[in-house]
Design a protein around this ligand. Sequence first.
Ligand SMILES: [Zn+2]
Length: 445
Amino acid sequence: MTIAITPLEQWIRRKADIAPGLQGSSFVKALLDYQLDHLNETIEYARHNSAFYRRHLAACTTAPLSNLSDIVQLPFTAASDLARDPFHFLAVRQDDVARIVTLRTSGSTSQPKRFFFSDDDLELTIDFFHHGMSTIVRPGQKVAVLLPSEQPDSVGDLLIRGLRRRDATALAYGPVRDPLQAMREVSSFRADCLVGIPTQVLSMARSPLGPIGKGCIESVLLSTDYVPQAIVRSLEEVWGCRVFNHYGMTEMGLGGGVECEALEGYHLREGDLYFEVIDHGTGARCPDGVIGEVAFTTLTRRAMPLIRYRTGDIGRIISEPCPCGSVLRRMGRVRGRWDGVVRLGPEFTLTLADMDEVLFLLPDVLDYRATLAEIGDGRFRLDIDVHRAKGGSTTVRKILGMLHEIDTIQKAIANGNLEAPFVCFSAEGRWTTNGVSKRRIVYAP
Ligand SMILES: [Zn+2]
């Protein structure tokens, strides 16, 4: 099967006004020139219109930058800056704000973050969704949107408006609260494509008596949280479908990048965003291929421009060219967040992603909660509360067996830093998977 080139390349070519004749390295050079122009414009615009950047960039004498690599001379913007005073970031009159999104970090008492978008900003997102989805959905197909879509300009609503431009029909279902009921609705709608949150879509695929058989669902797009490969493989197996990953966060204007048919990392929304990967500890720029923290700068946003915003996500730029033949850069699949990396004593670190890749291999695990407690003398206890499909046969022994396959867990136990994990199954009905917040290892109080 030939792999179609990402539609983002043509889309970015038009946006950046790059002549059709410019190919390969000439295309890349023209795109970098476009990004440098828009970066300099953004710096100037933010300095003049946002109280935060007027102060934050006051000492910066290097702008306008003569090269994109000079961006390293600009200070980062942290999530805590946003939480402290979001209105200081506002670069338009309040009358020109079309949508405000408030984000609360689950399980934390920190200040909520607020994001402002103008009508033009929202249009940029709809346009990205329209073109990004064209790699996944053909005109005339039906898409069940399992993301919040009730509110005007919510992520689901913007996606549905983008899909309309693709001549696709959408079902605004919303997050999955009852997998069986979701399966029935999706089935009677005759969806060709599902867009949803990884564990919620998995719970549909693994629901007993699910009415959708192999071959009915052509494609799935997973979004909102990082995507465990074990979930991707499971959906491919159950439905015989292609599973695409989307990367984005509210800060990016919801959309950041999407995989092409090669399914090997996201092509990025490079006409609207400039991405960097930086060392999580030092902030220095990482070479391509090296894992670090994703940071980005908005190139076209009006209401709330962000410059070198640190996302906290673990990512890397893929240095090899994409099998689809595009010259656009790709980012490897994000594997969670830096603040989701927990320490088991001085030597060992563990992430939820490590556990996902083994626990979701078990065919009736729908989701689980991992809670870590420090029990003194540098020792930790890990509790795993598993949500198992109704009638599932996975045992505590099987789960422990899988957990012991994780090198870090094995070594931390052998070293005396970690007790043998405690596993239990949550009582039916007690489990809620309807949230849209990102999953993480929870620290016991
Ligand atoms: Zn590609």
